[in-house]
Design a protein around this ligand. Structure first.
Ligand code: PAF
Length: 283
């Protein structure tokens, strides 16, 4: 596994590989890796000739500076996990490699309604930050395939929007959410939960399953209310729980029984904010 800290050196190396006909897979991360990330790396090693993984805790996507400060850093463990998983290249840039013109001079992106709903509404500026870092990383790595986790459903949509907006010649592959045995979606933030909280946190997935199993065509206010009450009764502070069109994330108030749906939620357990979603498969 080769380690790069400088963008120009990494781009030069990858350009040579691409000229030889090697296809590049890319897994961007903020470190604090878990099995969910490793599944993305495995998807890349199985489908491309060379797998690049980046570790960079991106300051511009944290709307809450305290959250940025608390973000777990486990670099030695991360590198071992990536090497064991068969990653070929790791990119470990510092801030000036990603933001050469400084953090004040950043691009802005036209993201439409994706920026004003769900995560966009509760974390103002978050998706601008995600686009800034992902756009820059895509320029540096020029991957054939970008692998991202469906746990961040809205982020995947934003990144697809970015790819379309700039006609970036990269295919986005969304990989399924990896869950603990309890159903809790794997996340770097889970490291900040106590054992008891970790068990409690599995109620998020049970609530999403409850919506999937109980939903009927018609007005969705009642089922949404019941799902939110379940989370509150289990000790969560709920930012949102919404049932949306799975293709465009428009919030659905009345369901026709046909359009594909996804339930998405964000809720705090103590001071840890967790997100999850479940696509509703119906016949
Ligand atoms: O999902 C993440 O870990 C981050 O948002 C990403 C895509 C690595 C950008 O910093």
């Amino acid at each position: 596994m080769i380690l790069f800290k400088e963008a120009a050196a990494l781009s030069g190396y990858l350009e040579k590989q691409q000229k030889k006909g090697v296809s590049i897979g890319f897994v961007p991360t903020m470190g604090a890796l878990h099995q969910g990330h490793i599944t993305l790396v495995t998807a890349s090693t199985e489908n491309t000739g060379l797998t690049v993984c980046s570790i960079f805790v991106n300051p511009t996507q944290f709307n809450d500076p305290a959250d940025f400060k608390k973000y777990p850093i486990t670099i030695e463990k991360d590198l071992k996990m990536l090497s064991d998983a068969g990653a070929d290249v790791v990119f470990l840039p510092d801030v000036k490699e990603i933001y050469p013109d400084g953090l004040e001079k950043v691009r802005t992106y036209s993201l439409g309604h994706l920026e004003t709903i769900l995560e966009g509404k509760y974390r103002p500026g978050h998706f601008q930050g995600v686009c800034q870092v992902v756009h820059r990383l895509l320029e540096i790595v020029s991957p054939d395939i970008l692998f991202m986790g469906q746990k961040d459903y809205q982020q995947c949509m934003v990144v697809q929007h970015l790819i379309d907006l700039y006609a970036i010649p990269t295919r986005l592959v969304k990989c399924s959410t990896i869950r603990e045995e309890s159903g809790l979606a794997m996340s770097s933030r889970n490291m900040r939960l106590s054992d008891t909280e970790r068990q409690k946190a599995a109620e998020i997935y049970r609530t999403l399953q409850y919506v999937e199993q109980s939903i009927l065509p018609g007005d969705l206010a009642d089922i949404k209310g019941k799902a939110i009450d379940r989370l509150i009764n289990a000790g969560f502070r709920v930012d949102y729980l919404e049932i949306c069109d799975a293709n465009n994330l428009n919030i659905i108030e009345t369901w026709d029984g046909k359009s594909p749906l996804v339930t998405l939620t964000a809720a705090f357990l103590g001071d840890v904010r967790l997100i999850d979603n479940l696509v509703i498969i119906h016949s």
